[in-house]
Unconditional design. Sequence first.
Lengths: 274, 310
Amino acid sequence: MKRRSINSRAMNVLAFAVVIVWLAPVAWVMLTSIKPTMLINSAEPTFFFFTPTTEHYIEVFTRFRFGDVIVNSLITVGVSTLIVMILAFPAAYAVSRMGLMSGDFWALTVLSLRFMPGVVVVLPYFKMANSVGLLDTHLALIVVYVAFGLPFAVWILRGFLLDLPREVEEAGRLDGFGWLRILFFLVLPMAAPGIAVTAIFTFVFSWNEYLFALFLTLQKVTTIPVALQKTIDVYNVLWGSLSAGAAIQLLPMIAVVFLLQKHIARGLALGAVK
Amino acid sequence: MAAEPSFTGKRHAPLAAHRRRVAYLLLAPTLLVLLGLSIFPTIYSVFLSFRVDPLYNPKVARFIGWRNYTDLFSDDRFWNSIRLTLYWTVVVVTIQMVVGFLLAILLDRKMRGASVLRTLIIVPVFISPIAMGLTWRFIFEPVSGLANWFLSGLGLEGYSWLSSTDTALGTLMFVDCWQWTPFVALILLAGIQSISPEITEAARLDRIRGVSYYTRIVLPLIRPVIMVVLLIRIVDSIRFFDLNFIMTKGGPGSSTLVMSTYDYTFFEQGHLGLMAACGLLMLVLVNLVVFVFLNTLYRSEKAARRADMK
């Protein structure tokens, strides 16, 4: 009995140690982003005891126009997420509650889009955007993010809607409510948490997206992932600026992880687990 | 009572028709978006793949039949990229599944702070491969990087990691596993924790614990979840682009040139027709693997489950 408790304590320590080591690279970016350049480039790494600096953050905002870049990301990601949710909610309701199209059909659609190699569709998108003069505009990227976010959002939201009790809708129908009123006044408030989770997932996908942004933006509307790469494309590699930019990109995602918590598995496993 | 069914039946028929109309109306925008932005581009890609279509000289664009495909089939680098992609997929998915399962067991413990650990470990999954890929390049930088400093602390020689053909692929695999093992762990953990307490209790009463609890009770029960994670990881490893592009761009030489980065080289050279053809072949490969997966592993899993029920 005693041996087991020692063992179990050792396992607890191991669990903590593994997680800390696993996240060390993330901590390292944050640390590097506030470290003076001289210390960053030295062969002997510095972990503690240095005077923090904001020089890298100033550099990314001036030299690499991160102010504009962040705004670009927020516009494309924000607007596309909003459109996705406006379209996905009625669609998810039609699929989950009104008996239109089987769950299998949607599973197949979602899977085939989820599994579509980006390099296959990015070329048609590039050519289409180019021929209608939409290259390097917010609109092009918004359209693509809506296309990729929508089926996925319908799928996650469908799972949430299936979990809602049917009684409220039936009561509404007996009271003579039409479909639209049932949808927006009865179902929408009940589904609010599920809608929020779905919206966050949609946001994350577009926030981290790189390939489409790489093809469809040139100068004016580059998003954060594309701009990050530019800090290291120049002559000498600016690890400090890169880390500051990366930290700006990472921090909202860390917040998202804590916001979503127990809903994460459901969203990532395409509804296979709850 | 006897008249009742036909009565409700009649009243329901127009209601059902109305209901269908509303449902289609609610779904219509989504279906249009799918048609216009997923199905149409794929067809357009097929069209492009039969053309020579130089990016910088669009005037000479014309149909050339199967030439793009035959060109690809006679290119050694094409076959190399397929071999490398399959090798990559087998190695990283195996590591991620095994380590992910161990990590899930480790985090399945009841202890103070466990829920914080379970949340923290997910962070890598939500971080953009671009931000982290560039950070890893800094860590694997030969002179000022942490990796070589760590090795020298152990009294070992440093490596040039990403810039050597011997180590570039392994380094990429390491980073990919760093990012995606937590994804596997998270979903397996969700599966493990959805096992009903009665089963866990029964196992405890039967003195099944420790390793045998996980191999004899947990593994068979979470088989469906394992199948889903496996499928997602296999396909994502075949499609794998971001990390590779940002860390090595297929190099040095062609030591990390997997299919998607190979495909991208055609864009850089401006050969849009070849890029379309290569992309479609990649789509074929993905579908082939999914088909084989569903027909072998998934079917045997289903059969096993049916046997369990008997």
